[in-house]
Ligand binder design. Structure first.
Ligand code: GTP
Ligand code: MG
Length: 139
């Protein structure tokens, strides 16, 4: 099968809790190859643009405030079936429902502080990759 890209972001809760290294180790052990990576803090207007697909959801304001609350690690990952396999590695949105051994089962503390983001389709992956990495060269 053809190798494909997905986009992921280690969220501020997991960065604050010093889980960057453990999460990257899980990602590499699951056979994803890291193609590009940057650590930075989103300001509020950029956070609102990143999450504009959720603008009508009741928790939109909280979600944007949280994602802008501290540094994140944004990355491009390559693997066969990358989007679907990465969502399996993350586990369910709500850590109470996340399968044992997934990133969210291990590191998320609540549905709104859930450690990691992963694109949900190839189309959103392409959009999220260009949101962070457009105009930059990566492998
Ligand atoms: P992402 O990979 O972060 O996009 O998560 P997801 O695709 O598993 O979930 P979804 O896109 O539906 O929601 C985006 C994010 O909104 C989630 O990761 C949560 O952090 C947050 N979220 C979802 N449901 C709730 C909720 O009921 N309350 C709050 N405060 N946040 C929520
Ligand atoms: Mg999502």
């Amino acid at each position: 099968m053809q190798r494909r890209l997905t986009f992921s972001m280690i969220k501020p809760d997991a960065v604050r809790a010093n889980h960057i290294g453990s999460i990257l180790a899980m990602i590499e052990q699951a056979d994803f190859s890291i193609q590009a990576m940057v650590m930075l803090q989103l300001n509020h207007p950029v956070a609102e643009r990143f999450y504009d697909i959720h603008v009508h959801r009741p928790f939109y304001k909280e979600l944007c405030a949280f994602i802008a609350s501290g540094p994140i690690v944004a990355m491009v990952l390559e693997k066969e079936n990358a989007v679907v396999d990465f969502r399996k590695l993350m586990g369910a949105t709500n850590p109470a429902e996340a399968a044992a051994g997934t990133i969210r089962a291990l590191f998320a503390t609540s549905i709104d502080h859930n450690a990691i983001h992963g694109s949900d389709t190839d189309t959103t992956a392409a959009g999220e990759i260009s949101f962070f990495f457009a105009g930059r060269e990566f492998v």
